[in-house]
Design a protein around this ligand. Sequence first.
Ligand SMILES: Cc1ncc(COP(=O)(O)O)c(C=O)c1O
Length: 361
Amino acid sequence: MTRIWNFSAGPAALPEEVLRQAQEELLDWQGAGCSVMEMSHRGKEFMSILAQAEADLRELMGIPEQYKVLFLQGGATQQFAQIPMNLLAGRSADYIVTGSWSKKAVKEAQRIGTVRVAATTEDSGFTRLPTAEEIKLDPFAAYLHVCTNETIHGVEIPAERIADTGVPLVADMSSHILSRPVNVEKFGLIYAGAQKNIGPSGVTLVIVHRDLLGMAPLNIPTVMDYAVMAENGSMLNTPPTFGIYIAGLVFQWLKRQGGLAGIDAVNAEKARILYECIDNSGGFYTNPVDPDCRSRMNVPFVLADAALDAPFLAAAKEAGVLGLKGHKSVGGMRASIYNAVSLDAVKALVGFMNDFAKRNG
Ligand SMILES: Cc1ncc(COP(=O)(O)O)c(C=O)c1O
């Protein structure tokens, strides 16, 4: 068996240790005589898996007691609608647009209610963050929405740029959650699809301050109401049980890596060597993003000669390096270096890129 060096944007690489444990437990989970996929979500076995996953996540992120943790379905895309459904309460919400995902969030929220774009960097091709002067906030907004890591454009908002604006801050952290320590208390609501740093697709994590619960109008579907989901411990209906189980194994793996501080150090080094490779390539590879907001998880880059794109991808495949094709909307290349992508994997990528540049530059 050969495993590839996997730089896919998502669904993405999972820690091999986690996959091996899941494989070992697949036919018989800890003496239950069946797999996690085959057991009742209300039985004591699965209830213990869910409780442990939540406890480990709370410990990793330092989630205070006044926040509810929900394991939902529907992906981050469903949250684009569910957030305004629950939180608008007839008011308007502000959105800062720093890439394709926050732009999509605006479009979806507009189907539900009134939305203002408080700032956008689209004129730069989403290669920078807005300046403080460019951000025009509504002090009466129901919430302010940001995407703290734009997966397609490779723009990440550094923690020190997250300021208190006086309204609840809602953050799409799909592609960098758990990659570094975070101060949860700065946020009213954090959400993330699982398929990058949490586990398999099908689980959506929502961490919401209890003050934001119970604001939804009565005519929204029950399954979309955060308060109902919270009251029922994410078990109003059948939750994505196997995905939650794998997420729980990923949380335990993260704890063994030294928690978020431990993985933060590895992620910083991975990003450093990859950006160094790009910046020192003499223009063979370039990344267009302002250095102060370059993503540590998603690194887009282009080759100076686009005619080399196909040979680059073919040679990468030959070298066992996969998942580098950029998103169709922007083209070029992108290496996603999530938590489960090891420093060795990034070293292999950098080695391949240096070699390809030498042979073709
Ligand atoms: C930042 C961000 N938000 C939202 C989404 C949409 O997620 P989903 O496909 O889970 O709906 C993605 C998917 O890649 C993403 O990267």
